[in-house]
Design a protein around this ligand. Sequence first.
Ligand code: GLC
Length: 622
Amino acid sequence: MIEKYTFGTPFPTEAVIVQIESRRETPKLLERDEDGALVYKLADKDIVYGLGEQIRGINKRGWKYVNWNYDNPHHHEDTKSLYGAHNFIIVRGEKLWGAFFDYAGRIEFDIGYTRRDLMRIDVGGDFDLYIITGQSEDDIVKQFREIIGRSYVPPKWAFGYGQSRWGYKNESDIREVADSYEAAGIPLSAIYIDIDYMDSYKDFTVDKSRFADLAALASDMLARGIHLVPIIDAGVKIEPGYDVYEEGVAGGYFCKNAEGGDFVGAVWPGRVHFPDFLNPEARTWFGSKYKALTSLGIDGFWNDMNEPAIFYTEDRLADTLKSIESLTSGNMGIDEYFKFTGMVAGLNGNEGDYSKFYHNIDGEMVNHRDVHNLYGMNMTRAASEALKKIEPDKEILFFSRSSYVGAHRYGGIWQGDNKSWWSHILQSMQQLPALNMCGFLYTGPDTGGFGCDTTEDLMIRWLQYTVFTPLLRNHSALGTREQELYRFSTVDIMREIIKIRYALIPYLYDLFVKCADNNEMMFRPLGFEFPDDADALGVEDQLLLGSELMITPVYRQNARGRYVYLPEEMMCVRMKSVTSYECEIMPRGHHYVTAELDELVFFVRSGCRISLDGQWIGYDVL
Ligand code: GLC
């Protein structure tokens, strides 16, 4: 059952696409404190699931999360905001209920942080609240997904392996990647091209001195089964004569400052304007620009920097420089020093800057601060809606960095700028079910890690996890260790994992479509299936995949195995290649399971089997 409650006059986020009659009262489950925040008394054993792309565990208890889309490449334990706002939770314990806080601005979830026994949700403005009750977590998720609409389904090729790196600077770099993968005998379905392909980081341009003929390159690659997937950034470079800039100014398609001029921020190209993606006309216009690349044979895009990321604004930069001058002109003591470093660090994504621009919503100027979390979603929406008209017969791959609930209808998301850290394998896993709850099925991390230098064993363990995620993309940052698989001495192990992935694609794709059609999750916490099993409820590092599998990735350096909890008898599959593997039935209980570097270990659930490239793995079913 879904009950809707409306507080004030909320901005229509378009997350929910079904009309539900609403009440104007506080739901019985919750109370409002003296500051108007919603509070819920947590019982000792209550678990709180959800929040989509956020840090920390599957059970969100014990931290304060701020959903305010933010370009944050440092996903530490004390991080509060990442790129997405997925304000959906499920509480399992004395009561079982779910809630969606439909609000486009800043919202805080204090889930047993200030007080262990209290959940306090502080919504920054007027909002709608949906309270969902049901038989089980799956039932609650299904009801929620029914009101937010069907998940985007990417083309099947997007389940293949993709190679990406910020720093492929020209056509010959791309050809070298394709040739080297071919020489290493590793299948490859996509090469992602980062900002390096653009002319001075201008959207929808190609630097001809480095990519002389992108159409020819795309077609050569496609003939080898490799799709080229370029990045598109949110900010449009301010440069007289640049058509996108000129058209945006002439059409009034950019976000405005308080004086009615076009708002200026700075990102990769330096000074930029931000398209007003909340304005349908601006969306149609920006979406039409993707044609510049689809006409060259491009059939996939990743939309980036769409929180939107703002490195600095000129006003703040000028003020900062002035203050720095005064801070550094005398004896810089401890207070001045901290102020100085804080001011420089505070330029990027400064919350104050997001109050300085406006969206034109049906002629009314709406402050960005109140609709901030909708920006990224509407960028992908612009592309998705336009491409349905431009290329009606083609399936196009889209994924975005920033998102809000509803963005799952237009494209996927990747999990942002992680690091080549062991802990980030676990962090990515812990986000998967929470993302699936909100309809984000096409997702995955930067395999290998984006920031920092990866290592061979870390890369193998990343692959043994992302062999199961819908998006399998090796991506890394400029200046980090190069991590194309053919560069490693353990390439033979890596090749087999990628081949296993290709053998798994029919299973993964069918499961994906079934989950999209039936509003189900691909990846679920064990507690969803075994809610009466206290041990299963506490598992944070294993996930059920579909109804058939359980994944148990290794995420510790030098580990030669790991502890696994089996809530029922299952079959352990230890795979070295598509054709070389061992199966062993293990009873319910706690086990130490060995997993050497060259062994992909996963479990088939009792009585189940899956088809791997036509061969059945798992229990015999007559
Ligand atoms: C952002 C993206 C990253 C990309 C980089 C350069 O950090 O998240 O994936 O490589 O920008 O475009």
